[in-house]
Design a protein around this ligand. Structure first.
Ligand SMILES: [Zn+2]
Length: 499
């Protein structure tokens, strides 16, 4: 073989080796990335950022022998834990482990550690698959894929998945609003389309007052709560139960105060205990403070017909005696239709806002006249006639008997002869139904045989005011008024004073 021929063959061979070498490197990268693709779904945080150092230099091509092999340094979170001859050794172990954990917990598992591989090509490079896997299993941090519930920025708990979290939140809304979660959705839809208001339900909106968020997270399996537990936690705010043992002198209010809770908390925690319960010494009372993590806010529409009460207007009337009133217009209530927005928080009404009100009927005010005319209780000394009619019997002695007054015949009203104050009103022996008025100036007048009396003791009467009706009560033989005048306790002839 000619030198040139040999040189050409060598050149060809060497190019072939370089080509093979490049293909090998490419295949390794392809395989690795395809592995990453297929495993990405199950193990998001598993690592799979493979760092490959492919030592394929054209200058080394002549020295390849079957003893130069690839080994892979396994790094967990940047720390080397061993060397394997193939990344699949680690990956297969990881996949099997996750599958095993998943079967055990029924939750979606993930490997929280970040595993990387570094390839090394070396003559008779040492590796130990078994001890690497053992080291890995010692430190592997298996986590579950969970959904954390965040209330106002604070993590409250973990649900197995988004669906569970959504269901728990829907249940809590349902619990506090009394509205099935599905109806809630319907309302939300109806509220969104303004053209079709939800007539069937007064509920406009069911929301959490707090900012409630969910977010994916990897946690230990023990941190994940079953749906019912998570719901309980949201509703009660705690799992920790505190108990109080009743001692001498305890009362429900005192116990509540001691633990910073309310009596209602105690009633809620202890079915059977009411405000009337007699506490027994040694009795165990659950004094857990129930403070829900969330506040379910429900907005409801309420339309109701309401009464508009009439007002009363009082006008002074100087012709009406002081103390007397006269209704000149009766009041009448009006009505209106009021539309409210009721806001409830965890079932308690916290606001009742008026949205709109339409008056159906305006109220009619009651108008009252109030008398301002002051009537003096002191007489003038000049008397007006207490009744109409002729004098059937005068004052003085007749047939040997003293007649102490005058008789005015016929029926009709009896009027006060002068201003004064009623001193007597009632039955007075032979006088029958009688009234005595004290005129405050030493004079008194007496009215006898009346059929009805329309004043009472203490009334201030003006001259000419009706005090009753003539009659024939007492020692009388026909309807008439017997009228007497007394001055400083002495009988007077009324005719001397009558105008
Ligand atoms: Zn008489």
């Amino acid at each position: 073989m000619q030198w040139s021929e040999w040189k050409a063959k060598l050149q060809e061979r060497s190019e072939q080796i370089v080509q093979n070498c490049r293909q090998l490197a490419k295949r390794t990268i392809d395989q690795t990335s395809s592995y990453i693709q297929t495993h990405k779904k199950q193990t998001i945080s598993v690592a799979a950022g493979l760092v490959l150092t492919v030592a394929a230099g054209a200058s080394a091509q002549y020295y390849y022998t079957s003893n130069i092999i690839s080994v892979y340094h396994v790094l967990v979170n940047g720390q080397e834990i061993g060397v394997v001859d193939n990344p699949a050794v680690v990956k297969n172990w990881t996949a099997a482990k996750l599958e095993e954990e998943q079967a055990k917990n029924g939750l979606s598992m993930t490997l929280a550690d970040y595993i990387t591989f570094q390839e090394e090509r070396k003559y008779k490079a040492p590796f130990d698959n078994e001890s690497t896997v053992r080291a890995l299993s010692d430190i592997a941090d298996i986590k579950v894929e969970a959904v954390k519930l965040i209330v106002d920025g604070k993590v409250v708990g973990y649900a197995a998945d988004q669906n569970t979290a959504d269901q728990v939140l829907a249940h809590v809304k349902e619990k506090f609003s009394g509205i099935p979660a599905q109806a809630d959705k319907k309302v939300a839809v109806a509220a969104a389309s303004l053209s079709a208001p939800a007539k069937s339900s007064p509920i406009k909106e069911v929301t959490f007052k707090e900012q409630v968020e969910t977010e994916s997270d990897s946690v230990t399996a023990a941190q994940v709560l079953p749906a019912d537990k998570l719901e309980e936690l949201l509703v009660k705010g705690t799992f920790k139960q505190m108990t109080h043992t009743v001692v001498e002198g305890d009362c429900i209010g005192c116990i509540a105060k001691k633990y910073g809770i309310t009596s209602n908390d105690i009633y809620a925690n202890n079915p059977g205990i009411t405000e009337n319960t007699l506490l027994q010494l040694g009795q165990q009372i659950n004094v857990t403070a129930i403070r829900p993590f969330v506040t379910v806010q429900v907005k409801e529409d309420l339309s109701q017909k309401e009464t508009i009460a009439f007002s009363t207007q009082i006008n002074n009337n100087d012709k009406l005696p002081k103390g007397e009133t006269k209704v000149v217009q009766e009041g009448r209530d009006g009505s209106k239709m009021v539309q409210y927005e009721i806001v409830k928080e965890n079932g308690q009404v916290v606001a009742k806002n008026i949205v709109k009100q339409d008056v159906i009927a305006q109220p009619v005010a009651k108008i009252v006249e109030r008398g301002t005319k002051v009537i003096p209780s002191r007489g003038t000394g000049r008397l007006s006639w207490p009744a109409s009619g002729y004098i059937s019997s005068g004052f003085g002695t007749r047939w040997g008997r003293m007649h102490k007054g005058i008789d005015i015949a016929g029926s009709g009203s009896v009027l006060a002869a002068d201003n004064g104050r009623v001193k007597f009103a009632g039955w007075d022996g032979d006088y029958g139904k009688a009234v005595i008025i004290d005129h405050g100036n030493g004079m008194e007048t007496l009215y006898g045989h009346m059929s009805t009396i329309s004043v009472k003791v203490g009334d201030v009467v003006a001259q000419g005011k009706k005090i009753g009706v003539k009659g024939s009560t007492g020692d009388s033989t026909g309807v008439h008024l017997h009228f007497e005048v007394h001055q400083n306790g002495r009988i007077q002839n009324p005719m001397r004073y009558l105008k």
